[in-house]
Design a binder for this molecule. Structure first.
Ligand code: UD1
Length: 417
């Protein structure tokens, strides 16, 4: 089994480019199902989740070709509405094919999705909105058989602004007859990106970027070419790495306007942030300050995807910090691994209290999820001695070249087989 071997190598310095966004590209790939024709996506990250989504599209009968960072999806011969269990369970995002499959075939057969083990991941909100549009969902154990004689626009209020359920709702509404009004939808930048793609394909969507969307369904859709925006979570990973290890880095193509909550937290830690002409510079010249309280929230709040990375930074902070996790209940598993490196973290329910310590030491640790794995890697760069991070396949789900990028910033990290 491969693992990362990391030697203490702080501080970081250098310049890297941020690759395309995982959470943007996956729904956009699913959106290609909505129309018979050709969709071209550029700046596509070569990550495991994209490879699994390609497998799903091929199973449905699409011709899919990934050359460098250009993905071409040809749906003209698509015949199948069944996603087999082994693919559905590979990742959470398999569920966002449900809306497009219903839109295209009025039928879908799939299994409960898999994904990182960061907490229970129900699909009740997906079911509720699709049912409101006319779908009939028959669940037998983990299997879902979904049919819709007719899809009709509706008015729907989300009890919680689920990202995936919002994406399914939008994609289904684009094919439904009449107007759909979606209230309290997720406002993550990736929802905005999906809407922009659908509009470029011919859909009519008002309220893009807000929590209230109005979709006029039934427009005919056409071929399109879309560039995937940069990954805000990947950008933030390198910023947090520098906040922990010290140094000075420049990120090219960082989606600065989607990083407001992250930059606010980095400034609280004592980092200086400068932005000019597409170059985001972070300077961190002292031990990070503790942050009394941070809570993960739906966008525009501080993202749950960065909770473990912030925790790794605060392990070195001067003082006591508290993080409350409000989105995924099992996201504190990484704390147990950080403790093996000497971190002082106390977990009570959904709150972690972190007493910063000036030193961490290398250890053998295991990634339990994608972003938690990245947190262990940045802790390894700061820690004295050698750290080995096992189960790196979690990390490859969302980072195209984590070790290469960090090496370019001066980190001593190698992938061992
Ligand atoms: C997406 C992101 C993931 C991010 C998460 C929250 C992608 C591919 N993944 O995941 O990186 O961590 O948003 O920002 O974009 N929930 C329900 N019922 C549902 C659906 C969700 O109760 O039907 C709950 C979940 O258990 C969780 C919360 O809502 O507590 C957030 O989930 P959701 O926003 O749906 O996340 P994902 O779309 O799975």
């Amino acid at each position: 089994m491969s693992f990362f071997e990391i030697h203490e190598s702080a501080p970081l310095s250098g310049q890297i480019r941020v690759h395309g966004s995982k959470n943007a590209v996956l729904p956009m790939m699913a959106a290609a199902i909505l129309h018979r024709g050709i969709t071209v996506l550029t700046n596509v990250p070569r990550i495991l989740d994209v490879f699994w989504m390609i497998e799903i599209l091929k199973t449905l009968g699409c011709q899919v070709c990934l050359e460098e960072d250009v993905l071409t999806i040809d749906t003209r011969e698509m015949t199948n509405f069944v996603i087999p269990r082994h693919l559905a369970e590979k990742m959470r995002s398999s569920i966002i094919c449900l809306g497009p499959l219903l839109g295209c075939f009025h039928r879908a057969s799939l299994w409960h999705p898999g994904g990182c083990s960061i907490g229970s991941r129900p699909i009740d909100l997906h079911s509720e909105i699709l049912t409101a549009m006319g779908a009939l969902i028959v669940e037998e154990g983990e299997h879902l058989e979904v049919t819709a004689e007719k899809l009709s626009g509706c008015e729907f209020y989300f009890r919680f602004p689920s990202v995936g359920a919002t994406e399914n709702a939008i994609m289904c509404a684009v094919c439904a007859e009449g107007k759909t009004i979606l209230k309290n939808v997720a406002r993550e930048p990736e929802i905005r990106d999906l809407c922009r793609m659908l509009v470029a394909m011919g859909a009519k969507i008002d309220g893009i970027g807000t929590s209230h969307l109005i979709i006029e369904g039934g427009q005919s859709l056409h071929d399109t070419t879309i560039r995937i925006p940069s990954d805000r979570i990947v950008a933030a990973t390198y910023l947090f790495a520098t906040a922990l290890c010290g140094g000075q880095i420049i990120l090219l193509d960082a989606p600065i306007y989607d990083l407001k909550a992250v930059i606010a937290v980095l400034k609280q830690c004592g980092c200086q942030v400068q932005y000019r002409k597409g170059r985001l510079k972070l300077i961190c010249s002292q031990r990070p300050y503790a942050i009394p309280y941070t809570k993960t929230e739906a966008y525009p709040g501080f993202p749950t995807d960065l909770q473990s990375l912030l925790m790794a930074v605060l392990c070195r902070a001067d003082g006591i910090s508290i993080i409350e996790e409000t989105i995924f209940e099992s996201r504190f598993q990484t704390a147990l691994e950080l403790q093996k490196m000497g971190a002082d973290i106390n977990i009570k329910g959904n709150q972690a209290t972190i007493r910063g310590t000036a030193f961490l030491h290398g250890a053998d640790v295991t990634a339990t999820d994608l972003r938690g794995g990245a947190a262990l890697v940045i802790a390894g760069i700061y820690a004295q001695g050698t750290t080995r991070v096992q189960a790196v396949e979690h990390i490859f789900r969302g980072y195209e070249r984590l070790e290469e990028d960090l090496s370019a910033l001066g980190a001593d990290i190698v992938l061992r087989q």
